[in-house]
Design a protein around this ligand. Structure first.
Ligand code: NAD
Ligand code: LMR
Length: 336
């Protein structure tokens, strides 16, 4: 992830045509707990050629600090006080990462953040629809199960909606699942995680890890740990916030996947996206296997037939929860 001297030399990337690839990434909420380390990791990524950092406060300091990291990308920071600050951060962006909004405190669910974060995501995505309608949106702000439907409705209202380009970032669930079984298998192994991003809607597919054998007790406790990993961090931070560093790592990883896909690689990922996989059940959004290309989602893959009966039951339990969150997000935009 971090740039070597050679990587710095290739910061102005190019295909064999010799045409330099410019990849501007905008971060909205850049001065926050996630925004700052995420901006740092993006600055260290040689695929990024320009960073547009935006927050309501403190962005100039973050931009000045991150801007001293010796990769070739330029960094510009804007606050709500700057004339056209949000527009300047967004103009020309290939990716817009959105970690703006309030985090949980102990005892709260992600849905308890809806009242504050729904309007923040609505307003920021309205600006994206206006200033960079072609950008890929990476939504981190919780509750993801509702904020992605909100962004979708905003883009539909603006007449610029393309389901291939709006992503709810669930990568932290994959990072956690991989880390938690890493201790058991003694090496870092990828674990697919599908569904949504809240409690029982988070479904790790341990059945898909080759050679992994878990007792029923191990399976139950690892599944529970992935589903409620966020609570572990919220509890340990004791009222000062939720996961920021691991989220920045996971968000930077997902952004890198999209940048690689943008440069012509075919990449397999998992994210909360618009899909017809559960159309019969009346559900429009689900995190599943996706192939990415330069346009965003190239192909949505169904869940593997070989998932276990236990995992199939988890999917059935998640559907009504996901539907509730989706309706809440969709009606929020419709009602305004
Ligand atoms: P934070 O409070 O540290 O930072 C949030 C930042 O957003 C602040 O700097 C704030 O000024 C900014 N902000 C608020 N309103 C804004 C607006 N209208 N425009 C631009 N910036 C605005 O919070 P955090 O710990 O960084 O978490 C941010 C969000 O990410 C929370 O909603 C949290 O629940 C969510 N989160 C999601 C995941 C995930 O896996 N998807 C993981 C961790 C956290
Ligand atoms: C997480 O999974 O860590 C985030 O969604 C933040 C939270 O509220 O738990």
């Amino acid at each position: 992830m971090f740039a070597t001297r050679n990587a710095i030399k290739v910061a102005a990337r190019s295909f064999s045509t010799g045409v330099p690839l410019q990849s501007k990434v905008a971060v909205l909420g850049a001065a926050g707990g996630i925004g700052q380390p995420l901006s740092l990791l993006l600055k260290a990524n040689p695929r990024v050629t320009s960073l547009g950092l935006y927050d309501i406060v403190n962005t100039p300091g973050v931009a000045a600090d991150v801007g001293h990291v010796n990769t070739l990308s330029e960094v510009n920071g804007y606050t709500a006080k700057d004339k056209d600050g949000l527009e300047k951060a967004l103009k020309g962006a290939e990716l817009v990462v959105i970690p703006a909004g309030v985090p949980r405190k102990p005892g709260m669910t992600r849905d308890d953040l809806f009242n504050t974060n729904a309007s923040i995501v609505r307003d920021l995505t309205q600006a994206c629809a206006k200033f960079c309608p072609e950008a890929k949106l990476l939504i981190i702000s919780n509750p993801v199960n509702s904020t992605v439907p909100i962004a979708t409705e905003v883009f539909k209202k603006a007449g610029v909606y393309d389901p291939k380009r709006i992503f709810g970032v669930t990568s932290l669930d994959l990072v956690r699942a991989s880390r938690f079984i890493g201790d058991k298998v003694g090496k870092i192994t990828d674990v697919p995680v599908v569904g949504g991003h809240a409690g029982v809607t988070i479904i790790p597919l341990f059945s898909q890890v080759k050679g992994l054998e878990l007792s029923k007790e191990e399976r139950d406790s690892l599944t529970h740990r992935v589903q409620f990993g966020g609570d572990e961090v919220v509890k340990a931070k004791d009222g000062t916030g939720s996961a920021t560093l691991s989220m920045a790592y996971a968000g930077a990883r997902f952004a890198d996947s999209l940048l690689r896909a943008g440069a012509g690689e075919e990449v397999l990922e998992w994210a909360f996206i618009r899909t017809s996989l559960f159309e019969k059940e009346g559900l429009d959004f689900f995190s599943t296997y996706i192939k990415l290309d330069k346009n965003g989602v190239k192909e949505i893959l169904p869940l593997p037939e070989s998932i276990s009966e236990y995992e199939k039951e988890l999917v059935q339990k998640a559907i009504p929860e996901l539907k509730k969150s989706e309706t809440k997000g969709t009606s929020f935009v419709a009602s305004k």
